[in-house]
Design a binder for this molecule. Sequence first.
Ligand code: SF4
Length: 334
Amino acid sequence: MKSKKHCNIPIFIPQLACPHQCVFCNQEKISATFSVPKPNEIAAIIDTYLETIPNSTEVNIAFFGGSFTGIPRVDMIAYLEAAYTYIKAGKVQGIRLSTKPDYITDDILDILEKYGVTSIELGAQSTNNKVLLKSGRGHKFDAIENAVSLIRKRNFKLGLQMMLGLPYDTLELSIQTAKDIVRLGADTTRIYPTVVVKDTVLEKMYERGDYKVLSLDEAIHWSKEVLKIFNASSVKVLRVGLHPSEELELGKSLVAGPIHPSFKEMVLTDLWSDILCEKLDKKGQSIIRVSNKQLNYAIGYKGKNRNDLKIKGYNVNFVVDPLLKDFELNVCYS
Ligand code: SF4
């Protein structure tokens, strides 16, 4: 049976709607959205999207970009009421939102439940207390654990986002964060390497030499290592890397950081390089079968893995096998 198509209607509520200030965040610039839509404006946004979405699609309204449950209660309810109208009319199947762990309480969850919210994504970012402190998150790991336990008692889908390369972070601490996200039972995650954005505290730390940004190679390597942990679990990875937007370009809002339009492809290329090195034990001619979805990643970004193997004496032909799952392969030597 063919699975139903999913589609999010994104409504960006940038930093103006967040009462907090993390050292790395300038949501206004990250989302490239400079005005916060008012609750009475979101119906027009939703209607515009719905006009282009086929009827058979499962549609979610997604409040992203700020700390949704940290905004004044009356505004939060006004946004939810506007979105809930579409759920009641059967035009939309769910509401997703992102927020900060310490803005989750039972009272807030009562409201989210009442207005048909189906999925909550928490910006966990790190599970290390020192990283959280240095990043100005304003809470410790126990706040993440507490929020997760409150959410888990109800029927919400849970996402836990993580960031790589925050102040004080190391590869080992990022790996621990990924393991904690798996242990906490998240349904989904997103992996974002830290970038330095203009007009943030992190920019000042970077200029003073108090913060060292990850290089592109380091960010690829770290992402690959945490991806391995998620791939071995039931946590679905929804995103790897920030989307470059027009605003997030060097010289504009981006001061420094590992951002690349093909970031995810480069991470998966690196992951496949490890898999291939482990599985290939005979030089010469071979056929490697992989799933359709993974074929380009196995061959590598700009053919990198195939070329690297050739230099090492492995002459590999990559072929699709629709029966194989992600990251599975069959090797046939000729
Ligand atoms: S909680 Fe989220 S939106 Fe608010 S400042 Fe931190 S990263 Fe930005």
